[in-house]
Design a protein around this ligand. Structure first.
Ligand SMILES: C[S@@+](CC[C@H](N)C(=O)[O-])C[C@H]1O[C@@H](n2cnc3c(N)ncnc32)[C@H](O)[C@@H]1O
Ligand code: SF4
Length: 416
């Protein structure tokens, strides 16, 4: 496909200026979703990996070869189809996740962003994140992703202990991960996140806390702490079941999490969600949209989305899942323009469940913006919209349950 490169370059150039401005003014923070159904976040799934990690049950495939031109065409086609279907007028964030999207060509990333910019408004300061595995992201590739329009990286570091990394089946060492982190910070200052896992088999609290302390010497302004979830069907699950590895101890994992929160808080991080910590206002706009029940479109094999398909004359929010297997998904996209496998209209109960489950993950609790999905535009009358940049936590992660409970009471009472 001939890509109008000039337009990509112009969008990228404007983006860079906008981000320099935001960083110097210190104004980075998730935008308000007051624009409601007019705006959306976009998730793009790259389904391929180099190797299967021992713990992972995400929708990923280890192919002998990838027809990237076909994959790019299909991602672009489905992006256009779903944007037209949703009729959203602006996309405030794009997240390339996987699988291992840092294995994709920067050209593919640029093509998807260009399609977004052609179909709708992609503001120059939109957050565009790419998940990065250390072994597939030398500095030169990171530069190319930046030129393609990526302005935020999320690095799967997982551990700073080489024995643990081997146990997890990772293809990188701790020093590889730290090198990638340093290069990423150099190229995307203030816009690099790292994932650190906890609660691994045989992992002890003290050594894990020392890893976290070491990470703090190197990391940027965003850290995600993920407790290992032992998933059926993974190699790690089998090893634990067969007794070749000890089962992770949930009490130790809880201790790591609680102590880790304190360490991060003492280093200036705000815990804005169960697993996510940011300082200097570097919260992830994209994930914040999920937790605020904003609209999001899911493009690519197995991607999930939740939006109102207004272009089809539908006026209720739907949960949508794309076909899982990449070759089947591509066939469907080539035939129908999209690979949506499942559509579930969401009734009031499901919407309320979403508002509660998502809101309680955040330090803001249940907010006016989230509840407006359930209540309509008016939301909780008389209750101010939540400001995600506020420094006082009020939700699950907070020590102050009362404001959150009061909000829930309001939200539950208003609908007729
Ligand atoms: C699905 S991965 C994709 C990113 C990239 N492929 C990588 O591995 O770095 C996103 C993050 O989910 C987390 N994750 C994946 N499987 C998990 C599991 N079973 N338990 C806890 N965290 C998990 C890892 O921390 C990983 O960085
Ligand atoms: S953790 Fe990441 S790299 Fe490993 S198999 Fe899962 S998606 Fe692929």
């Amino acid at each position: 496909m001939a890509l109008p490169r000039a337009r990509v370059r112009s969008w990228v150039a404007v983006t860079k200026t906008a981000h320099r401005r935001c960083s110097t003014e210190g104004t980075r923070r998730p935008r308000s979703l007051a624009s409601g159904n007019l705006s959306a976040a976009l998730y793009v799934h790259w389904p391929y990996c180099e190797k299967r990690c021992s713990y992972c049950n995400f929708n990923k495939y280890i192919p002998r070869s990838v027809d990237e031109a076909a994959m790019e065409r299909c991602l672009v086609t489905e992006t256009r189809t779903l944007l037209q279907l949703s009729r959203v007028q602006r996309v405030e964030s794009v997240f390339f996740g996987g699988g291992t999207p840092s294995l994709a060509s920067p050209h593919t990333v640029a093509a998807v962003l260009e399609a977004v910019a052609q179909e709708t408004h992609l503001p120059a300061d939109s957050e565009v994140t790419l998940e990065v595995n250390p072994t597939s992201a030398p500095g030169s590739r990171l530069v190319a992703f930046g030129a393609a329009g990526v302005n935020r990286l999320s690095i799967g570091l997982q551990s700073l202990n080489d024995t643990e990394l081997q146990l997890l089946g990772r293809t990188h060492s701790a020093s590889d991960a730290l090198r990638t982190l340093a290069e990423a910070r150099h190229l995307f200052p203030g816009r690099v996140s790292v994932d650190l896992m906890l609660g691994l088999p045989a992992q002890q609290v003290g050594p894990w806390l020392r890893q976290l302390q070491e990470l703090l010497l190197h990391c940027d302004d965003h850290v995600s702490l993920y407790q290992l979830s032992l998933e059926r069907g993974t190699a790690l699950f089998t090893q634990v079941q067969q007794g070749t590895l000890p089962a992770p101890d949930p009490d130790l994992a809880a201790e790591m999490y609680l102590e880790g929160r304190i360490v991060l808080r003492e280093s200036g991080f705000r815990q804005y969600e169960v697993s996510n910590f940011a300082r200097n206002g570097a919260l992830s706009t994209h994930n914040w949209t999920y937790w605020q029940c904003g609209q999001y479109l899911g493009v690519g094999p197995g991607a999930h989305g939740r939006f109102i398909p207004q272009g089809a004359g539908v006026h209720t929010r739907e949960a949508r899942i794309q076909t899982l297997e990449p070759d089947n998904w591509m066939k469907e996209v080539m035939l129908f323009g999209h690979g949506t496998r499942k559509r579930t209209p969401l009734g009031k109960l499901e919407l309320l469940e979403e508002v509660l489950a998502m809101g309680l993950r955040t330090d803001m609790g249940i907010t006016h913006q989230g509840s407006s999905v359930f209540l309509g535009r008016s939301g909780c009358v008389g209750f101010p919209a939540a400001d995600p940049s506020a420094s006082t936590p009020q939700g699950l992660a907070a020590e102050m349950p009362f404001p959150c409970a009061r909000r829930m009471t309001l939200c539950l009472c208003v609908p007729s």
